[in-house]
Write a protein that binds this ligand. Structure first.
Ligand code: FES
Length: 256
């Protein structure tokens, strides 16, 4: 692993064609200075940045992910495209936190084509955060294999989450304020999110961990950094569904 001084972060940047990409271009022609961590992937709209793109970037070795779109209300295709990006980033941050990845590794910002200085400023801020966090896994205290397994469990859940987001999480009136109200400090929504997403993610992690060989319950808890009562609760559900077989303290995955 690189020492903090040698660490050169890689940040995958998904930039919307019409605003943030223009902002990046303007930053370049204006010669605004910012570090070289960004690997740009141009998207026609920030709403096109699928949850899986974010998670897969981390699996592929990114230390951070940046999503840049038009300011809210300025989306060029659908007035609500960037609200999709906002919802996705809030869901992704919760999932990252749940699997032990610092959610500050993901940053969403609105940057117009005329805001080259703001683009450079945001990249400088990201560089500072990356320096504090270090390579993916270092501040999390996890190996790359552990990161990969946790991220894969999250990716496996994405098709299901898209349905849940549309059917249960989508706000009838989409404003930035309403998103913050829903995703930050709303105990009722927190309970729903835990039940519908995080518990399933934990079960996916458990199945992934125990898939290749029979393992002890304690080992699962220790390996995943998950409290033992929580592991037992999920194992009960998985056993009822016929996904795992439990004999003594040994767990074996019998169906996926
Ligand atoms: S076109 Fe820029 S966010 Fe939709």
């Amino acid at each position: 692993m690189a020492s903090p001084n040698e660490f050169k972060p890689i940040v995958v940047g998904f930039l919307c064609n019409w605003c943030c990409y223009g902002g990046a271009d303007l930053a370049g022609v204006s010669r605004f200075q910012y570090p070289s961590h960004l690997r740009v992937i141009r998207q026609m709209c920030s709403g096109r940045v699928d949850l899986e793109f974010i998670l897969r970037s981390f699996i592929k070795g990114a230390d951070g992910v940046f999503v840049g779109g038009c300011h809210l209300g300025d989306c060029h295709y659908n007035p609500e495209g960037n609200y999709d990006a906002l919802g996705n980033s809030m869901i992704a941050k919760r999932m990252l936190a749940h699997i032990g990845i610092n959610p500050d590794r993901l940053r969403l910002e609105w940057v117009s084509a005329g805001e080259g200085n703001r683009f450079a400023e945001v990249q400088n801020q990201i560089a500072t955060v990356m320096k504090q966090l270090g390579p993916l896994g270092s501040s999390e205290g996890k190996s790359s294999e552990e990161m990969r397994a946790a991220l894969q469990a999250a990716i496996d859940l994405v098709p299901y989450i898209k349905l849940v987001e549309r059917e249960r999480f989508r706000l009838p009136v989409r404003t930035e304020e309403n998103y913050h109200k829903q995703y930050e400090g709303n105990p009722e929504f927190d309970a729903l999110f835990k039940h519908m997403v995080l518990d399933k993610l934990s079960m996916g992690q458990i199945v992934g961990y125990a898939r290749s060989q029979s393992v002890a319950v304690d080992q699962i808890a220790g390996g995943l950094g998950m409290p033992l009562p929580e592991v037992n609760r999920h194992l009960d559900v998985l056993a009822q569904r016929g996904v795992v077989k439990i004999e003594g303290d040994q767990v074996q995955v019998v169906a996926v």
